[in-house]
Write a protein that binds this ligand. Structure first.
Ligand code: PEP
Ligand code: MG
Length: 322
């Protein structure tokens, strides 16, 4: 099996009936890029920049960030790199920010909420990203977007920093795509509105599932409710993909679900364009997709959307291998 996967390293990701998708990797540090390339990753679908901020005692400087982003972009040699702006809070703490303890950190002051408030910090990251953009194919993504107002505010701050750099004579790429994570149900529901203003979506199922099912992703006692295959989740995913495609936007997924062998047939059938996962899952996923017919998976997904429980959906997916 490993030998079969190896052979797929430099291949495209194509279903048995010729439908192309992109298989990308999630990374946390520039050093992770080596593994992405070794495993045949076509892109970085999620660069979690939190790690740049963690394990130190103060905020990383603009230059330190610029160097990290530039390294990733250069190593990827023109392949797309989706960099997510700071997603701190919730399960990811930063002691030196000295934020007050909250009753519900996952529902609290985190990610884009924090960045729109602490604009000094946000602007530094955006400047570093914009400066790095000339070294590769950069895409910028905002996490935890709940409203269009948040997206518009974040975008206008980005444009302000871009204009400042231009006035300082610092080169910035003019082809940076700007997207959002869809990981809050309000954003999935309003995906048709968002699709008119963003370049792409990346569905963050790790959070989308916890918020849709109201089940803390860290809490063992409610883990039975953490159901990727619940038809409610599949319907939200479908809404997002259809809304994006109607506006000619692409949709990725960067939650754990994107690399899950049970979910992949359904996601292929729903029309997902980009699957972003841990690097080691890429070759198995490429192999799996090459054996599936997208037309058949469309029918499979349509059936799953009409089911009432996650268990039924799992049985349905198992039946295609029987
Ligand atoms: C997600 O929520 O699915 C996601 C990819 O982000 P994180 O796991 O970093 O919250
Ligand atoms: Mg998330």
């Amino acid at each position: 099996q490993r030998a079969e996967w190896r052979k797929l390293r430099d291949e495209k990701s194509v279903s048995r009936d010729g439908h192309h998708v992109e298989l990308a990797a999630n990374i946390g540090t520039p050093a992770d890029v080596t593994g992405v390339l070794e495993n045949g990753g076509e892109a970085v679908g999620l660069y979690r920049t939190e790690f740049l901020y963690m394990g130190r005692d103060k905020l990383p400087s603009e230059d330190a960030q610029y160097n990290a982003y530039k390294t990733v972009l250069e190593k990827m040699e023109g392949k797309p790199v989706v960099v997510r702006t700071l997603d701190i809070g919730g399960d990811k703490e930063l002691p030196y920010l000295d934020l007050p303890k909250e009753m519900n950190p996952f529902l609290g002051f985190r990610a884009i909420r924090l960045c729109l408030d602490r604009q000094d910090m946000f602007r530094t990251q955006l400047r570093a990203l914009l400066r790095a953009s000339v070294h590769g194919n950069l895409r910028i993504m905002f996490p935890m977007i709940a409203t269009l107002t948040e997206f518009r505010q974040a975008k206008s701050i980005l444009l302000e920093e871009k204009a400042k750099l231009a006035s300082e004579g610092i080169p910035v790429s003019d082809s940076i795509q700007l997207g959002i994570m869809v990981e809050i149900p309000s954003t999935a529901v309003l995906a048709d509105q968002f699709a008119k203003e963003v370049d792409f979506f990346s569905i963050g199922t790790n959070d989308l599932i916890q918020y849709t099912m109201a089940a803390d992703r860290m809490n063992e006692r409610v883990s039975y409710l953490y159901q990727p295959y619940n038809p409610a989740i599949l319907r939200l995913v479908k809404m997002v993909i259809d809304a994006a495609h109607r506006e000619g936007r692409w949709v990725g997924m960067c939650g754990e679900m994107a690399g899950d062998a049970t979910a992949i047939p359904l996601l292929l059938g729903l029309g997902l364009d980009e699957f972003s996962m841990s690097a080691t899952s890429i070759l198995p996923a490429r192999s799996q997709i090459s054996k599936l017919s997208q037309a058949e998976m469309k029918d499979l997904a349509a059936k799953a959307l009409e089911m009432s429980t996650a268990e039924e959906v799992v049985e349905l997916v198992k039946s295609i291998n029987a």
